[in-house]
Ligand binder design. Structure first.
Ligand SMILES: Cc1cc2nc3c(=O)[nH]c(=O)nc-3n(C[C@H](O)[C@H](O)[C@H](O)COP(=O)(O)OP(=O)(O)OC[C@H]3O[C@@H](n4cnc5c(N)ncnc54)[C@H](O)[C@@H]3O)c2cc1C
Length: 302
């Protein structure tokens, strides 16, 4: 019975898990995810924040999915390192999980900019369900919010906040094909945040590089995302300078029994580096089906 470990439980990781579970019986599958939730539709989070869909509709599977499919699901735990020689994943609490095949679907991580004050209440890096919940809670008491990041992401977020009756300052970088206008929206494209001002944990204002100070108790940083692959530092797995895992057409890394898919993976021969939900899911499915073939052809693993 081959032991398969999958790091990540979102579009790519879940699609791979489900393909293996549905098409190949008898594998020992362990899924490890920093997310403490069941797999959910990250691409529907804005609708959730907008109040258009309830939380339960974000979840892709019912609560008993993992027990029914006989998959070990370790939720809310972080992979600290991979020992490719011993074929072992080591969690932050030092738990070790052995594998025959490792699939890395660890996606992108939000990162707050290196500014004074980012730890204050109401400063959020918009990325996952936990942050979406924090935004919803804060919106109950906030009248003016700042959105900081790429124009397109900021405008999508701004639209939701404006629909909720809020005033929005969008501090944008880059351009957007559909610039946004609204009486309660100010778009600032010629300045960047330099300081987050407040007293103790309380957020009071955002200071910009042009000297302007915006009074606010909520700042949402959108699109500051980097590949989550630091846990591979001690391996020989080839990554790009900025941390994307290099894979071939079959999503294999330079190590034969290690694959990567979704937002964390890059095929240097393909132009598409930014992947949406469908791209990531498709790559998880590719690994799942390829792996089934490999297991069938390697009788000692069966
Ligand atoms: C806010 C937001 C809005 C988006 N909106 C859209 C949209 O409208 N339409 C669309 O098509 N796409 C959208 N996307 C993009 C889409 O969500 C991604 O393409 C997709 O989620 C990529 O899936 P993934 O599985 O590769 O990685 P991710 O979704 O990033 O998932 C990574 C997984 O790995 C886990 N993980 C990471 N590091 C570790 C570790 N060290 N140990 C254990 N687990 C770890 C995480 O917990 C998570 O389960 C959006 C993305 C974001 C962030």
């Amino acid at each position: 019975m081959p032991k398969i470990v999958i790091i990540g439980n979102s579009a790519a990781g879940f699609s791979c898990t489900d393909t293996l579970a549905k098409l190949s019986a008898g594998n020992e599958i362990t899924v490890v995810s920093k997310d403490k939730f069941l797999p959910y539709r990250r691409d529907n989070l804005l609708e959730y924040i907008a109040g258009k869909i309830p939380e339960h509709s974000l979840y892709i599977v019912p609560k008993d999915y993992y027990s029914v499919e006989k998959i070990t699901y370790k939720a809310g735990v972080e992979v600290a390192r991979v020992d490719a020689k011993k074929q072992r994943v080591v969690l932050k609490d030092n738990t070790k999980i052995d594998y025959d095949f490792l699939i890395i679907a660890s996606g992108l991580e939000p990162e707050l900019p290196e500014l004074p004050g980012t730890s204050k209440d109401g400063v959020v890096a918009y990325s996952g369900l936990e942050e979406a919940k924090a935004i919803i809670e804060k919106l109950l008491v906030v009248n003016l919010a700042c959105c900081v990041g790429k124009a397109e992401s900021c405008f999508k977020l701004a639209k939701v906040l404006l629909d909720k009756g809020k005033e929005v300052k969008a501090i944008i970088s880059g351009t957007c094909v559909e610039p946004m206008q609204h009486e309660r929206l100010e778009v600032i494209s010629d300045a960047q945040p330099v300081e987050i001002i407040g007293e103790g944990p309380e957020l009071k204002a955002l200071k910009l590089s042009n000297g302007k100070v915006i009074g606010t108790s909520m700042i949402i940083f959108a699109s500051q995302n980097f590949p989550s692959s630091d846990f591979l530092k001690e391996t020989d797995i080839v990554r790009t300078k900025n941390g994307f895992i290099v894979v071939d057409e079959s999503m294999k890394t330079n190590i034969d029994n290690i694959f990567a898919c979704g937002a964390v993976a890059v095929n240097l021969n393909s132009g598409n580096q930014e992947k949406d939900w469908i791209d990531a899911s498709r790559e998880g499915w590719i690994i799942g089906t390829n792996l089934i073939g490999m297991i069938e052809e390697a009788p000692k693993l069966k």
